[in-house]
Design a protein around this ligand. Structure first.
Ligand SMILES: Cc1cc2nc3c(=O)[nH]c(=O)nc-3n(C[C@H](O)[C@H](O)[C@H](O)COP(=O)(O)OP(=O)(O)OC[C@H]3O[C@@H](n4cnc5c(N)ncnc54)[C@H](O)[C@@H]3O)c2cc1C
Length: 427
């Protein structure tokens, strides 16, 4: 954790920023650079939000964001370079090995899966639909008449990339999200995001419970008392806002409330197993796909002695019901089913990163159900020129909405909100 500037007494300021994740940190940095007095209030005892580098059995892993997506335009490529943090090209998706009931499936199976994924992509971007489907049908409706391989691709994409079951995810939002090459951060994406907090006026362990807003400014109630400011930038995830964890007075306009309740949070979840150095004959890194388990397994990332399992949607929500011990045991069963029961003896530690259970995230990241693709932009619209919502869910709105769901999008959103706040306060 980087050294943060300590702010003991809360002094009234120009802009209060709620949340010290990627969006809040970007907003605070730009506001400070613009010469404004800023106070960041963060509920957790750490910065970074859903970008969090944790450890399991002494090995680092990213419990939340791990990939710098669409690297050709992601602001984190430049930020990493400025901070001297190395990024690696990602090896690409889909080269992994499939298993069913512990049996390795032949290479031809992988190629069929690739074909299914290719067809799914065509369907998502198809603009002419001769089967009368709505251009914003669900991911499941999109593949209803397709062969099983395409249905499986939709299940995989929905759960593993969006964190949600395909019947809940709308395709119009998927169409507007940016695509591009991925990069990885060996020293941790969470650690990289946290490094940008250095020098900013952040108060940790300070959950905000109420914001009273008017044309004159805002009064923000938190565990540290009441803070008055001329404006507020709110970066709490939409799941937190939908749960009404922060009360707004007067109530937010209908368009903002519709956006908060119309966007939903997925359930992408990670389970990590740490081993004693035994690699069970698999090189670093290897991707294994045990069909029917709900998990994708990444073995020995960055040559570390860990296996990271990702699981999303309904299987993830079912898995986390039994807590960390249950989730670790379930993933160990899957892994031992592939590499043999020796895995049980060689296990040193296990971790569950369940973002659905955390009060300050209430899910993994936002997705738009059918009909909700425009809500990212709607949430990005300033409220009374005094309240600005930012975060991965808005990705800054307008022509940057394609960064939705990601750290890059959260950063663009924080920057956009800072620009709007500066303009509003100077008007
Ligand atoms: C498992 C998982 C895997 C992911 N993988 C990737 C990936 O590979 N690549 C990628 O780009 N993105 C990924 N993401 C998404 C990415 O982590 C988020 O898009 C991004 O970190 C969101 O940043 P943010 O600033 O919008 O929100 P957050 O990081 O959630 O920041 C919001 C902050 O507000 C704080 N807060 C909440 N409520 C209050 C309150 N009442 N008062 C004060 N503070 C409050 C929170 O504690 C938090 O620090 C992943 C997420 C998860 C969960």
């Amino acid at each position: 954790m980087p050294a943060l500037r300590r702010t003991d007494a809360l002094a009234d300021c120009d802009v209060v920023v709620i949340g010290a994740g990627a969006a809040g940190l970007a907003a605070a940095r730009d506001l400070v650079a613009a010469g404004l007095r800023v106070q960041v209030l963060e509920a957790r005892d750490r910065v970074g939000g859903r970008a969090f580098t944790d450890s399991c059995g002494g090995a680092l892993f990213d419990a939340g964001a791990a990939y710098v997506h669409y690297a050709d335009r992601n602001p984190w490529v430049e930020i990493a370079a400025e901070l001297g943090v190395s990024l690696l090209e990602h090896r690409g998706w889909g080269a992994g090995v499939h298993f069913r009931d512990g049996e390795r499936l032949p290479e031809v199976f992988r190629r069929e899966r690739q074909r299914g994924a290719g067809r799914l992509w065509e369907l998502i971007y198809e603009t002419e639909d001769d089967r009368g489907r709505s251009p914003d049908c669900s991911l499941l409706d999109l593949v209803r008449d397709e062969p099983d391989g395409v249905l499986q691709a939709a299940l995989r994409y929905g759960r593993q990339a969006i964190g949600e079951d395909p019947e809940r995810v709308g395709v119009a939002d998927l169409r507007q999200l940016w695509e591009g090459p991925d990069r990885t951060v060996p020293s941790g994406y969470g650690a990289l995001v946290s490094a940008t907090a250095v020098g900013l006026p952040i108060r940790l362990g300070t959950p905000v419970s109420r914001i009273a807003w008017s044309a004159g400014g805002v009064r923000v109630e938190s565990g540290a008392g009441v803070l008055s400011a001329r404006a507020a930038i709110v970066t709490a995830p939409v799941g937190v806002l939908a749960a009404a964890a922060i009360a707004f007075e007067p109530a937010l306009p209908a368009s903002t409330l519709d956006a908060i309740h119309g966007l939903r949070m997925g359930a992408l979840t990670k389970v990590v197993l740490a081993f004693d150095g035994e690699r069970f004959g698999w090189p670093s890194p290897s991707d294994l796909y045990p069909l029917g388990s709900g998990f994708n397994l990444e073995l020995w990332p960055f040559d570390r002695d860990i296996v990271i399992g990702t699981i999303g949607g309904t299987p993830a929500r079912d898995l986390v019901r039994d807590g960390e011990a249950g989730a670790v045991a379930a993933m160990l069963d899957v892994f031992a089913g592939i590499v043999g029961s020796d895995a049980r003896k060689r296990l040193r530690a296990g971790r569950l990163a369940d973002w659905t259970a955390q009060p300050y995230s209430q899910g993994s990241y936002s997705y738009a159900p059918p009909g909700a693709a425009g809500l990212r932009d709607a949430l990005a619209r300033p409220v009374g020129e005094r309240l600005f919502f930012a975060g991965e869910a808005t990705s800054g709105g307008g022509d940057t909405v394609g960064g939705g769901m990601t750290v890059g999008g959260a950063t663009l959103a924080g920057r956009a909100a800072a620009r709007q706040a500066v303009a509003a306060l100077r008007a």
